[in-house]
Every structure is written in C-alpha cells, then in structure tokens.
Design a protein around this ligand. Structure first.
Ligand code: IMP
Ligand code: MG
Length: 174
C-alpha cells in the first residue's frame, strides 16, 4: 500500500510546541489532567505533553475503533475507563483525529456527568466540515480534508501507527 506524506515530523513538532505553549498560557495557575484516547493518541499525547509547562497528571481511555474498515460505524464502546476521578478537575482530552465526531461526542457526554471543573479537547487532526454532531474542539493542530490518513499514532487495520509523519492511504487518492 502506498502512502503519500501529508504532514512532516517537523511540522507536527512545531505545531505541537505552539499548542503546548497555548495550553500552558490558558491553564496558567492550574493543574491539568490529560486524558489520552487509546490507541491512536499515544504519540500526540507524549509529544504534546512535553510542551506543556504545568503540573500534569495522565490518564487514558480506550475506545473501540473501526476495526479494519475506514468507515465510521457510529458504534462507540469504552474498552478501558479512566483510573482517575475527574470531579472538580481541569480535564483536557487528547485525540489523534476527529472524523464524524461520534467518538468524542460520546466521550464528552459520559465525562461531563462526572462534573469536571472544565473539559476541553485537543486534537492533532480535524477532518473539516464532516462532523455528524456539533463538536467544540478547543485546540486543533491541523485541519485536513476527508481523506483517510495513517501514521503518527493513526492506523489502518492496526498498522502504520509508527510512521513519524501523517500520510494519506493509497497513492492515487486525494
Ligand atoms: P470519529 O468518531 O468518526 O470522529 O472517529 C474517531 C476515531 O476514528 C479516531 O480517534 C480514529 O481512531 C479513527 N479515525 C477516524 N478517521 C481516521 C483516519 O483517517 N485514519 C485513521 N483513523 C481514523
Ligand atoms: Mg482515536
């Protein structure tokens, strides 16, 4: 399978540095609980966190993925819940990519009832204009088109997560 590079490691690094500075500024004087959505967000979580200059704790949730399909199923399942209580805490969800928005919409709803002091989203990628539910994403590194992308944590059928760049599946697409 051919993969056409879309976003370079250098551009990712620069954008995450900028995002980290913004988060540091926005949450000045506060402590942050970063919630990574497994598995795709593991890389952006690690790299973004290194640019956040605040007292941080880390937790992870695991959500069911599409399996081997590149289409959203709309079916969301929590495979692993948070270990931390989030009531009264400033929570920042870290996501790899927002496509239909269904995953995050579900996540946000299920976390909001636990009464965090604040609940915001930081995403590496946002597929522009194709969300099936309105979603308020506070931090976005790269708005992209509707193409299916892999690399930097993102998979196709479980593979390609280790690519240091983000690329588009299938050389002739796009
Ligand atoms: P949503 O619920 O449609 O917003 O999809 C969110 C999840 O689907 C992401 O966290 C990814 O795990 C996966 N996903 C969506 N689009 C892509 C893509 O282009 N490449 C790889 N995974 C994707
Ligand atoms: Mg994901």
């Amino acid at each position: 399978m051919e993969i056409r590079p879309l976003i370079s490691p250098e551009d990712i690094e620069a954008k995450l540095a900028e995002m980290g500075r913004q988060i540091t500024e926005d949450y000045a004087g506060k402590e942050l609980l970063l919630v990574g959505v497994l598995r795709g967000a593991f890389m952006v979580m690690a790299d973004l966190a290194r640019h956040i200059d605040l007292p941080c704790e880390f937790d992870f949730m695991a959500i069911s993925s599409y399996g081997a399909s590149t289409q959203t199923s709309g079916v969301v399942r929590i495979l692993k819940d948070l270990d931390e209580e989030i009531e009264g805490r400033d929570v920042l969800i870290v996501e790899d990519i927002i496509d239909s928005g269904l995953t995050l919409n579900y996540l946000i709803k299920s976390l909001r009832v636990r009464k965090p002091a604040s609940l915001e989203i930081a995403a590496l990628l946002l597929k522009e204009g194709i969300q099936r539910v309105p979603i308020d994403v506070r931090y976005v590194a790269f708005p992209i088109g509707p193409e299916f992308v892999v690399g930097y944590g993102l998979d196709y059928a479980g593979k390609y997560r280790n690519l240091p760049y983000v690329g588009v599946m299938g050389g002739d697409v796009g």
